[in-house]
Design a protein around this ligand. Structure first.
Ligand SMILES: *[C@@H]1O[C@H](CO)[C@@H](O)[C@H](O)[C@H]1NC(C)=O
Ligand SMILES: *[C@@H]1O[C@H](CO)[C@@H](O)[C@H](O)[C@H]1NC(C)=O
Ligand SMILES: *[C@@H]1O[C@H](CO)[C@@H](O)[C@H](O)[C@H]1NC(C)=O
Ligand SMILES: *[C@@H]1O[C@H](CO)[C@@H](O)[C@H](O)[C@H]1NC(C)=O
Ligand SMILES: *[C@@H]1O[C@H](CO)[C@@H](O)[C@H](O)[C@H]1NC(C)=O
Ligand SMILES: *[C@@H]1O[C@H](CO)[C@@H](O)[C@H](O)[C@H]1NC(C)=O
Ligand SMILES: *[C@@H]1O[C@H](CO)[C@@H](O)[C@H](O)[C@H]1NC(C)=O
Ligand SMILES: *[C@@H]1O[C@H](CO)[C@@H](O)[C@H](O)[C@H]1NC(C)=O
Ligand SMILES: *[C@@H]1O[C@H](CO)[C@@H](O)[C@H](O)[C@H]1NC(C)=O
Ligand SMILES: *[C@@H]1O[C@H](CO)[C@@H](O)[C@H](O)[C@H]1NC(C)=O
Ligand SMILES: *[C@@H]1O[C@H](CO)[C@@H](O)[C@H](O)[C@H]1NC(C)=O
Length: 765
């Protein structure tokens, strides 16, 4: 998606109406005027005109499939191809208006794409933290709750003609390399966390308020399928790269979030990426699209291309000689909707040239129409439907904005905390120095794929609401010397890491490290380093410097950043966020080529592997790291020592030694066990705590050194305890993937880990 397209719809917010009562009054009058003005005349399919109601596709007593078939058979070939692009065509004689498929809602309704925009009627929408920080909350309920609020605001905006119904979010690619510019958009590096985030957020967006599983509130889209996580690294860009991926890495790292989107989240769309995987563009690969997405996982919905993906595999990859061939290859592979123009402009010629049959187009547009049917697009005026009552007063409600603040609080990660540093006491700290380039930023806090937020609370504004502050963006020794405590808000922004730009440097940008060290030297009180960034930073200088008493990572915490930061810094909320990705040292970026997709280490080649599951080198901070103001103790209540896998007579492994069994079929039906733990808050602060259950499988099939089986977040008042239970599915969760990409139950000794607790488990026949 080109930056110019993205910016095109950005309109300035009404933040002008701030200070004076006079202006506020004018604003109030203005909004009253806007609500009184009749909406522009809009055309809704199957609405009003009695001549339309006789069309079968308008008949709401029919099933989706029958309605879609009725519509498709009424269209000419030329009309049909108009429905293969994101700027879908209109057919006046059937009362069908144009439709823009491209809207985005990564962490709030966004203006990117063209299907959605803000106006004086709806000047902003709730802007939640960038996804990487929400993932750090490790709270599956929160993922779904945010999705639900976003879809409510989206529906409201649809009612007033400002938003589409099809949102191309979430981004569920694995954050494989710390340099990735879009890592910020993802739930991190772990396949299980990404899967839970993906299915949770998708359910929140899609689930219909009337409980009808076939209806969609809005349609989500899981992207970018698959093995996509390079923007532009040292001149190697996403439009040209062929990612070389083993079947093993595909199955146990890159594919699981997409599988979960479909099987657990029932997502209505999957988007194929720009890159090639093992020599074929994903949008032209019948095995990946028709085979896996539609065949194996049975997507109920449509497959979309990333924007201009089809054009790029022709233009940048020379994968086809002509655009007609590109269109035919994409459709035959299973693509239904092209963000871009290639399919709309070249499919008709491809049919006439004999490159594909019209029936292939029928199939594609049927998937698109079925999705629109499920959204109520062909049921007339949305204001007379299920969500029709939602008006502009349902956007940016106090409770929605409170959820944005709550999400940021739940995600923020405390990485270092010397005794006596955090939380600051609002009674003893009388003056606070607030320093650094990100200390009073607005748009930086929101991250990319943004909307216009309801309002901004900058870090400075949040802290200043609690205590008297002195603010300096840059050099600041004197300020720090006289304050009771110092907060330095440093880190990155979209000029450092973004779509189309990967990092090469993992250190804080420019002179930031020097500034932090100088200020720390001059400060008399606690020095709190706050890192605002998507990806991890090599801050070894700060980790090792005793004068820097605390380090917080806040991701891009959204519209309520400053309020949430004040909540955690002053201890009104006790931190519970954990890192969803490994923080590597700069040496990693200096020695490991970003373009090498291999997950597993190769010591002979000096290749250290990737993510906590495989990486063998030194880390700054690890996946799951994060401190609390309290302490929590775990003890094991119940876990099996042996799990027996039943095998039928005559199975080869009954007579000979096997290292693993196929994790499918009879062997695996209903093979689960429970792990019960007791968790106690042994500290003086109430707070939430995430319990992580990991397993270290036997060392067969180059299995991960450690993998997450489950996580559960609990709230515990000081000195209280609770039981946490995990149901472990041996074949789904405990299994590993072999070298050929087949899921296997490894036989032998496993070690289950919860914090420092270790428990041995033997899996045998
Ligand atoms: C809708 O379909 C039903 C069942 O086929 C039919 O009885 C009814 O007349 C149709 N409605 C209209 C308005 O055509
Ligand atoms: C594609 O073809 C163009 C023109 O023939 C050539 O310049 C370019 O290097 C080719 N690109 C690739 C990726 O093969
Ligand atoms: C902080 O940023 C806000 C929003 O841009 C601005 O209104 C305010 O003047 C800034 N404060 C300082 C002290 O620069
Ligand atoms: C983004 O970060 C760069 C590097 O630190 C800095 O030069 C630039 O001013 C920042 N931009 C904004 C808008 O804060
Ligand atoms: C901080 O103080 C130490 C000890 O006085 C000194 O060695 C160091 O150079 C100072 N660092 C900076 C960045 O001023
Ligand atoms: C990636 O690194 C591994 C381990 O060193 C090596 O075997 C493999 O050939 C590399 N792959 C690519 C595509 O460079
Ligand atoms: C918590 O666990 C640690 C280590 O197992 C133990 O030393 C400590 O006594 C426990 N504290 C409480 C309050 O149970
Ligand atoms: C699975 O096993 C549990 C307990 O062993 C049992 O209650 C349940 O009915 C079984 N489910 C199926 C589908 O066999
Ligand atoms: C908790 O509070 C008690 C009583 O005020 C105090 O003695 C103890 O040191 C505190 N514990 C910690 C870990 O701060
Ligand atoms: C965090 O702990 C403090 C001190 O015990 C308490 O005042 C505050 O309510 C706690 N916050 C939460 C969310 O429990
Ligand atoms: C998880 O998030 C939900 C939704 O915001 C919240 O109500 C709940 O308290 C959170 N759970 C924990 C254990 O913090």
């Amino acid at each position: 998606m080109t930056p110019s397209q993205k910016r095109a719809l950005k309109v300035s917010s009404v933040s002008l109406c701030l200070c004076s009562i006079l202006v506020l009054f004018a604003c109030a009058k203005l909004s009253a005027w806007f609500t009184a003005v009749p909406l522009p005349k809009r055309v809704f399919p199957c609405d009003g005109d009695p001549s339309l109601s006789t069309f079968g596709f308008c008949n709401m007593s029919w099933g989706v499939e029958a309605r879609v078939a009725n519509l498709v058979k009424r269209l000419t070939l030329q009309e049909k191809v108009g429905f293969l692009g994101n700027h879908a065509g209109s057919v006046d004689r059937l009362g069908i208006p144009k439709y823009q498929w491209w809207s985005e809602a990564l962490h709030g309704v966004s203006y990117i794409g063209g299907g959605t925009s803000f106006s004086s009627l709806v000047p902003g929408a709730t802007s939640f933290p960038q996804v990487i920080l929400t993932a750090a909350s490790f709270n599956a309920t929160l993922f779904e709750t945010i999705g639900k609020v976003v879809s409510t605001e989206a529906r409201e905006m649809h009612n007033v003609g400002l938003a589409g119904l099809t949102f191309w979010s979430p981004n569920v690619n694995i954050f494989r390399d710390p340099r990735w510019g879009r890592g910020q958009e993802t739930p991190g590096e772990d396949p299980l966390l990404s899967s839970k985030y993906a299915s949770g957020y998708v359910r929140g967006l899609q689930q219909s308020d009337d409980g009808n599983a076939d209806r969609l509130k809005v349609a989500a889209c899981c992207k970018h399928y698959t093995a996509y996580d390079i923007e532009d690294w040292k001149g190697v860009d996403r439009y040209h790269i062929n990612t070389v991926v083993t079947q093993q890495d595909l199955e146990d790292t890159f594919q699981p979030p997409f599988k979960s989107c479909i099987l657990d989240g029932n997502v209505a769309c999957v988007m194929c990426s720009y890159n090639q995987v093992n020599g074929k563009p994903t949008c032209a690969d019948p095995d990946f699209l028709a085979g896996i997405i539609r065949g194996k996982w049975k997507l109920n919905g449509y497959i979309a291309s990333d924007c201009d993906s089809v054009y790029e595999f022709y233009n940048s990859q020379n994968y086809t000689k002509t655009l007609e061939e590109a269109a035919a290859k994409a459709i035959l592979a299973g693509l239904d909707l092209n963000c871009g123009y290639v399919l709309v402009q070249h499919t008709e010629a491809a049919v006439r040239g004999g490159l594909l049959d019209e029936s292939a187009i029928d199939k594609a547009i049927s998937n698109n129409f079925a999705t629109l049917m499920r959204l109520g697009f062909f049921d007339g005026d949305p204001r007379k439907q299920l969500y029709g009552k939602l008006g502009p007063d349902h956007v940016c409600t106090p409770s929605n904005q409170e959820l944005a603040r709550e999400a940021a609080r739940q995600g923020i990660v405390l990485l270092k905390n010397n005794a006596g540093s955090l939380p600051l006491s609002s009674t003893t700290i009388k003056s606070l120095a607030v320093i650094g380039p990100n200390a009073n930023v607005t748009t930086t806090m929101i991250g990319n794929y943004e909307g216009i937020p309801c309002k901004y609370v900058t870090p400075l504004q949040g802290l200043a609401a609690v205590v008297s502050t002195t603010y300096v963006a840059g050099c600041a020794d004197k300020v720090a010397a006289s304050a009771d405590a110092t907060v330095l808000v440093m880190g990155a922004n979209q000029s450092i890491e973004r779509e189309n730009l990967d990092r090469v440097n993992l250190k804080l940008p420019g002179q930031q490290s020097l500034l932090v060290s100088e200020v720390a030297n001059a400060s008399k009180g606690p020095v709190i380093l706050v890192i605002m960034s998507g990806g991890g930073m090599d801050v070894s200088f700060a980790k090792d410097n005793d004068k820097i008493t605390s380090i917080l990572w806040v991701g891009y915490p959204g519209e309520a950043s400053g309020a949430a930061m004040a909540d955690v810094i002053f201890g009104d909320h006790n931190l519970s966020g954990r890192l969803p990705m490994t923080w590597y040292p700069q040496s990693y970026a200096d020695t490991v080529p970003m373009t090498n997709m291999t997950m597993r280490p190769d010591p002979a080649m000096g290749y250290p592997g990737r993510t906590y599951r495989f990486y063998t080198g030194p880390t700054l901070y690890s996946f799951e790291d994060g401190l609390s103001y309290s302490s929590f103790n775990h003890s094991l209540v119940q876990a099996p020592q042996v799990v027996s896998v039943p095998l039928e007579e005559g199975h080869v492994c009954r007579s000979s030694a096997c290292e693993s069994l196929e994790a499918t079929g009879e062997t695996c039906s209903n093979l689960t066990f429970d792990v019960h733990l007791n968790v106690k808050n042994v500290g003086n602060f109430s707070g939430s705590h995430t319990v992580f259950l990991f397993s270290s499988p036997p060392t067969v099939h180059r299995a991960p050194q450690k993998q997450l089986l489950g996580f559960e977040k609990v709230f515990l008042a000081s000195q209280s305890e609770a039981q946490v239970q995990f149901k472990v599915d041996v074949c789904k969760d405990l299994s590993v993937v072999d070298e050929l990409g087949h899921r296997k139950v490894a036989l032998g000794m496993y070690v289950l880990h919860v914090g420092d607790l270790k428990h041995a488990l033997s899996v045998q026949i």
